[in-house]
Ligand binder design. Structure first.
Ligand code: IVH
Length: 668
């Protein structure tokens, strides 16, 4: 039995050592961090139950991986350690209990709480305030000399300034690539057919461990301090938190999130706060680090193997997990764009179960080198759509190439791919059922014709049953045709017809938007309506005339012209107008039509007849400015029912006060 376990431990150790090498030396991990953490925990558990089998060089007892030979080696005077992890509130309590047992007393402990930055650990050695050496952590005992590279990082000071700087001072911290820079870097890399990085950590490590420091200099890296190693000839505070503040005063960068908290409760509250803030931070963090603040207590507690007893990390839920690509579907969008969609073995990542992810286009498939059957990394940072960032392993025999279709999978029309455009499109137009469905959904959507009750399912059934081909056919539907549809019935059918009927009264901008012209969204539709005032003027506008409209450039102008040139689009527009769609006439805004120009209004209290946003629109249409607060520059305060502090302020400042009645008269 124990032989079997010894074998298991040996295998797992060997496997983890290979992962360490890929991660630390080659900057090219072959599994996700989450999977790595699970393996390490499995090994630790096996060892805990069989302590006699623990090897001195087990990955649970060592740090990182030995230094790459390409860089000069640096022996750390004080070893650079790693951190143990807790994964729950219970484990956090156990961590504090272990500390108290060790200290043989029960103290309310103060913790310095810090974001666990996801980059790579670096040691900076300052002598007489001058940066003389920078090194990676390596295996904790020996790292790599990366001084030239680190000196290219903009926020690493080459000289420290201030009082009481120790003659020798080793600052430790993390080098990261800020998220915004990482995203920009990857976009450029993809556009240039260069290698994109999987995540900001990988980008930071890959950029820092370049043999040519000229390359590092072009990478947007940043450093944040989180600790101190050697101190010679200098006194520092007995608090880790105060020490970090002192580093800051000497010019070293510090994360803004570092705080002092009390006990397990304080630590867990901080964990929750930062978990929420996670996506708003400029850098990626993968958890929190809790450190006993008192240096005296830290020294009393000391270390075990690879990690201090006085600190631990509480990891956040993983944003990257492994899955398998089961299949690829090709979706046809409203404008015919064909999007390959990955069908994945469902996996819980970034707080949700992911089973589909967009593969964007054929270039992306090629860039990833992805095949059906591959093991892939799915990344889902909070609120961001899931992405496949890397293929981990390809089983050559069972994997199948992804074949991009040559004809539309829905209507079999030809697919065209315009040179220089990544997107392939079905040329079927409204002949394609997929495009018809999408066009009808878009036409009915809230910002366009706003037809209540015409959601995705109904639109699909209407097309599938052959009841409508174009949006104009919506206006010919009868209750008899609708009732037999799935989950419809008499009442819903009547409501839908009533909604279609009332949608006929609309606005020019909404109608333009509803037509679904490529690249013409909400704002462009409004600009077109206000500029040209009538539909026929827009239909007939030349490219030059279109280019005079706000926000319209060559490409959008071309799409607008192409749309109106198509005979079938003209037919649909004609049919829609004949069905009775209409909108109020628009008039050019001229200064003489803006009698309230230069006047500032404040609306307060409840306006019963028109509502505040309507009143605001009406006032602005007459040239007035509507502000949120009363000042001496306010000309009128319109006080509705239950007006409060703004009314009082207006009275104090002697600003003219209007009732809702007065306002209505004024608007007339
Ligand atoms: S303290 C003796 N503080 O996490 C304590 N580490 O798994 C050593 N890290 O190698 C580390 N943010 O690269 C500490 N605020 C922080 C950190 C942090 C990120 C990294 C560091 C270390 C690894 C430990």
């Amino acid at each position: 039995m124990s032989k079997l376990i010894a074998q298991q431990i040996a295998n797992l150790s060997l496997e983890i050592k290979q992962y360490n090498q890929q991660y630390y030396q080659l900057d090219s991990p072959s599994i996700t961090d989450a999977e790595y953490d699970r393996k390490l925990r499995e090994l630790r558990l096996l060892e805990q139950n069989n302590p006699e089998l623990i090897q001195a060089n087990s990955p649970t007892q060592t740090v990182g991986s030995s230094a790459l030979s390409a860089f000069t080696k640096v022996t750390h005077e004080l070893p650079m350690l790693s951190l143990d992890n807790v994964f729950s509130a219970e484990e956090m309590d156990e961590f504090i209990e272990r500390i108290n047992n060790r200290l043989k007393r029960t103290l309310q402990l103060n913790f310095c709480v810090e974001p666990k930055l996801d980059g790579l650990a670096i040691s900076l050695l300052y002598e007489k305030g001058q940066l003389i050496r920078a090194a990676t952590r390596g295996d904790g005992a020996i790292g790599e000399d990366v001084t030239r590279n680190v000196k290219t990082i903009k926020n690493v000071p080459h000289h420290l300034h201030g009082n009481n700087i120790p003659a020798r001072l080793e600052v430790r911290g993390e080098v990261v690539m800020p998220i915004a820079d990482f995203e920009k870097f990857n976009l450029t890399a993809i556009a240039n057919n260069a290698k994109a990085f999987v995540n900001p950590r990988n980008a930071a490590a890959g950029s820092l461990r370049q043999l040519d420091s000229g390359i590092t200099a072009t990478r947007p890296l940043a450093f944040y301090s989180y600790g101190i190693g050697i101190i010679e000839q200098g006194e520092l505070a007995d608090s880790h938190y105060q020490r970090l503040q002192q580093l800051k005063s000497w010019g070293l960068p510090l994360s803004d999130e570092i705080q002092l908290r009390e006990g397990a409760k304080g630590c867990l509250e901080y964990y929750e706060t930062l978990l929420e803030k996670r996506t708003n931070l400029p850098y990626e963090i993968d958890g929190i680090v809790f450190k006993v603040d008192s240096i005296t207590l830290q020294e009393e507690l000391g270390f075990v193997a690879r990690a201090p007893r006085w600190a631990t990390a509480h990891k956040f839920p993983a944003q990257e997990e492994q899955s398998t690509l089961l299949d690829v579907e090709f979706q046809v969008g409203r404008t015919g764009a064909i999007t390959p969609v990955a069908i994945l073995q469902p996996v819980f990542v970034g707080g949700v179960t992911v089973s589909r992810a967009s593969l964007h286009n054929a270039d992306e498939i090629q860039r990833l080198g992805i095949k059906i059957g591959d093991t892939v990394i799915i990344r889902r940072a909070a609120d961001v759509i899931p992405q496949i960032v890397k293929v981990l392993a390809s089983n050559k025999e069972s994997c199948k190439s992804i074949i991009f279709p040559e004809v539309c999978p829905v209507c079999q029309s030809e697919i065209e791919r315009i040179e220089d455009e990544a997107i392939a499109r079905c040329t079927g137009g409204l002949y394609c059922a997929a495009q018809r469905k999408e066009a009808i959904k878009y036409f009915s959507s809230r910002k366009a014709m706003n037809i209540d009750g015409l959601g995705e399912k109904v639109a699909e059934q209407l097309v599938d049953e052959g009841l409508i081909n174009t949006p104009a056919d919506l206006f010919k539907l009868s209750t008899e045709q609708l009732i037999p549809l799935e989950r419809m019935g008499v009442k819903k059918a009547e409501n839908l017809l009533a909604a279609i009927e009332s949608s006929k009264q609309t606005q020019l901008a909404k109608f333009i938007l509803a037509l679904g012209i490529r690249e013409v969204g909400d704002a462009t539709a409004k600009n077109l309506a206000h500029h040209f005032l009538t539909l026929s003027a827009i239909q007939e506008a030349s490219t030059e005339a279109l280019l005079k409209v706000d926000d319209i450039g060559e490409i959008v102008a071309k799409h607008i012209r192409t749309f109106f040139k198509q005979a079938h689009n003209q037919e649909v527009i004609q049919a829609l107008l004949e069905a009775g769609i209409h909108w109020p006439k628009l008039q050019k805004k001229a200064d003489d039509k803006q009698p309230l120009k230069g006047k500032t209004f404040v609306l307060t209290g409840t306006l019963l007849k028109m509502g505040r946003s309507e009143a605001k629109q009406a006032l602005e249409a007459l040239g007035a400015k509507v502000s949120g607060s009363v000042s001496k520059n306010t000309n009128y305060v319109v006080a509705g029912e239950a007006a409060g502090s703004k009314l009082i302020k207006a009275q104090e400042l002697g600003v003219e006060i209007l009732s809702e009645e007065n306002l209505l008269l004024l608007l007339e």
